[in-house]
Structures are given as structure tokens and as C-alpha cells.
Design a protein around this ligand. Structure first.
Ligand code: BG6
Length: 376
């Protein structure tokens, strides 16, 4: 059993290992000379075949599926290919109309999850090529895939997945950039800017981790609540989903992740002083869509405040407007829209961790959960 390196729990150790996990996962795959992404030996599918791909399918379970949901935005943005994301446990039941000319990406920290193993076999049976993203070398899913992209996050012991999640999103972005390179769907200078931003993430993650004490203080005001609503728009919605999942997994507090815009169609009836809202409201000023969504988030927060809701906002450094309307604002370093999710999840992991600790729960071994579900 690996050591906790002086941390009280594996979950906190693994949260603090994310900068190094990102360095080990990203660094070796980007050429220092020209910023290009090199994955040929790992993907093991020819450029010609990748150039003629018609669609990408992503299947996974739990936190890995949330990474896949973020990957959908990255692939559609950079590669201009249609992407579908499925629960691995539901994949075969929907009679997926997939086949040759398609790529199925199978995401799994352990590489042994039974639902995901079955989904990969189903995709292959229907003629799709598969690439696995896994954190365990030589795992079943990795062995059975056509290509494998390992997340080099190191062993993940705590049942709630943290460092594997951020590493999975980094690998998905690398893979999207690699396909964009081969298919010329993004210009070289733009790709170079993207990979430069990717290489800057480990340091920015360290800056977010500096706020651990502040987040522990925040938990003192919130750990007694019974329900939470996590909200995010576009690529930030999967982060809201995983923030909610983390809180559920380790603190046993009920939490739901929801697309912010969709909250008006139902959940709004629940929103009052007893349902704290955690909203992802970062903004990439170089992305017009991101600025529009930011303005919408400001309006939503004002509306929720009129219903006496308590708001915890994740915002980009310098966005003071949010600080003046939210009850609590956690600022993270600025990053491009497609990469900001990798930073946004870190405060939510810490919030869940400190809530579980404050409640005196077994953080690393939550009840009724296992690290890998090996039976369907
Ligand atoms: C659950 C774990 O059992 O399986 C989650 O508790 C995980 O943390 C999920 O996200 C999927 O596991 P994997 O290994 O396929 O990514």
C-alpha cells in the first residue's frame, strides 16, 4: 500500500499530487521544439484512418464519464467531428448505431470496470476502433483496446477519483489536438498556443491548491446543509456534475449537478435559503461565447439571490463583479475556455474532502462504494 506522505488521507494527498500528475501526463507528449503533440506510438491507428473518421463515441462510468463529457466539447471544438457520450452501463441497451469509420474512446481510471469493459467489446463487435484512456498499465481495458493513452497520475487509492480525472481531461485535450493536427482542423499557430496553455496548467493548479485553507474555512458554514445544487454551462457543466458527485461520494450530502440554463425549468422551485448553490462562472475574455455565458451567469446569480439562495461561485481572477453578488467567491487563475475545467474541479474536490473530514467520515473508503466495480 503506497504511503500517505504525511497527508491525513489519500484523497488529500492525491488532490495535491495533481500538478505533478499533469506534468507527467502532458510534458512528454508535446515537442519542446514546435509544440506539436506526439501520440502515434500510443494511439496505434494510422493517420489515413484518423483523417477519414466520421464520428467519435465516448463511453465510461462515474467520474471518468464526466471527463468524457468535457472531452466532447474539446473534440467538437478542435476536430469538428460529432461526438456522443454514453454511460457505459447503458451503451449496449441503446443499440448504438456505430460501426466502421468510427472511433470509440473508452475512459477508465482502473481499466477493470465491468460496464466499461463490456461497452468496449460491444463497440469493437460493431466494427468501431477503440482507444482506451486508463491509469493502470496493462489493465484489461487497455489490453483489449486498439490504442492506449495512459494518464500518468500514479496509483489512485482513494475511492473518489481526483488526480485521474484532471489527467483524463488533459489526455482528452492532447488527443483532440493530435487529431486536429492530422486533420488540419486547427492552424499550427493556434495549436501551438493551445499546447503552451496546456503546459501552463500544472503551475496554475498549484496556485489553486494554495486556497485549501480558505476552502476548509468555507466548509465550516456549509457542512450541515442536506442538499446542494452544482451549476455549470457548456464545458463547465461536467465539472458541476463531478463537483456534485465528489460531495455525494465522500460526505453523503445529497447534491445534484445541472446545466445552469436548465435550472429554470424545474429545479428553480427548490432554490431558497436551504439549498446552497455552487456555480461555475469563470470567463475566458478571448472567447466571445464565454463572455456571453458569463453575463448570463451573473444574471442567474442575481435571480437566485432574490430567492435568498446562498451562492458559492468559482470565478476567474479579476472578475470582481461576481464577488459583489455571490456570498463566497473562489478565484482561479485565468485559462482558455477548453482548459479552465481542469482548474475548476480542484476547489470542488477540496470542498468535498473537508466536508467529509468535518463530518468525521471515512474519506478514503466511503460506505457502499468500491474503487472499481468489476461486476455488471
Ligand atoms: C467507481 C469509483 O466505482 O467507479 C469512481 O468509485 C469511478 O471513483 C467509477 O469514477 C469508474 O471507475 P473507472 O476505474 O472505470 O474510472
Amino acid at each position: 500500500m503506497p504511503d500517505k506522505n504525511g497527508f491525513p488521507h489519500f484523497m488529500l494527498k492525491e488532490i495535491f499530487e495533481q500538478p505533478q500528475a499533469l506534468r507527467d501526463t502532458i510534458g512528454p507528449r508535446i515537442s519542446p521544439e514546435n509544440g506539436e503533440v506526439g501520440l502515434a506510438d500510443e494511439v496505434r491507428i494510422s493517420d489515413d484512418e484518423l483523417r477519414t473518421l466520421l464520428r467519435v463515441n465516448i463511453v465510461a462510468s462515474g467520474t471518468s464519464r464526466h471527463a468524457g463529457m468535457a472531452g466532447q466539447y474539446m473534440f467538437q471544438e478542435l476536430v469538428q467531428l460529432p461526438v456522443e457520450v454514453d454511460y457505459a452501463s447503458e451503451f449496449e441497451y441503446r443499440n448504438p448505431l456505430i460501426g466502421g469509420g468510427e472511433l470509440t474512446i473508452v475512459i477508465t481510471q482502473s481499466g477493470e470496470t465491468a460496464d466499461t469493459t463490456a461497452a468496449q467489446r460491444e463497440a469493437k463487435k460493431r466494427g468501431s476502433r477503440t482507444v482506451a484512456i486508463s491509469n493502470v498499465i496493462g489493465s484489461t481495458i487497455a489490453r483489449e483496446a486498439d490504442g492506449v493513452l495512459y494518464t500518468h497520475a500514479g496509483p489512485e487509492i482513494s475511492i473518489a477519483s481526483t488526480k485521474a480525472f484532471t489527467a483524463q481531461m488533459a489526455v482528452l485535450f492532447l488527443f483532440a489536438a493530435y487529431l486536429a493536427q492530422i486533420r488540419d482542423s486547427v492552424s499550427k499557430p493556434v495549436l501551438r498556443r493551445w499546447t503552451k496553455e496546456l503546459l501552463a496548467l500544472p503551475e496554475k493548479t498549484e496556485a489553486v491548491l494554495q486556497q485549501a485553507k480558505q476552502i476548509q474555512g468555507l466548509v465550516e458554514r456549509f457542512y450541515k446543509f442536506d442538499d446542494f445544487l452544482f451549476l455549470g454551462r457548456a464545458i463547465h457543466y461536467p465539472i458541476a456534475m463531478d463537483g456534485a458527485l465528489k460531495l455525494k461520494e465522500v460526505s453523503y450530502i445529497h447534491a445534484e449537478g445541472y446545466p445552469t440554463g436548465e435550472s429554470k425549468h424545474g429545479p428553480n422551485a427548490l432554490i431558497d435559503e436551504y439549498l446552497p448553490i455552487v456555480i461555475i462562472a469563470t470567463c475566458d475574455r478571448d472567447d466571445s461565447g464565454s463572455v456571453i455565458r458569463y453575463e448570463k451567469n451573473l444574471a442567474n446569480i442575481r435571480g437566485f439571490k432574490q430567492q435568498a439562495a446562498k451562492i458559492i461561485a468559482i470565478a476567474s481572477e479579476g472578475d470582481d463583479a461576481i464577488e459583489s453578488i455571490a456570498d463566497h467567491t473562489i478565484f482561479i487563475p485565468r485559462a482558455p475556455e477548453m482548459l479552465s475545467p481542469i482548474l475548476e474541479i480542484v476547489p470542488l474536490q477540496l470542498f468535498a474532502y473537508y466536508s467529509a473530514v468535518r463530518k468525521g467520515l471515512d474519506v478514503d473508503r466511503p460506505r457502499n462504494l468500491v474503487k472499481s466495480v468489476t461486476t455488471e
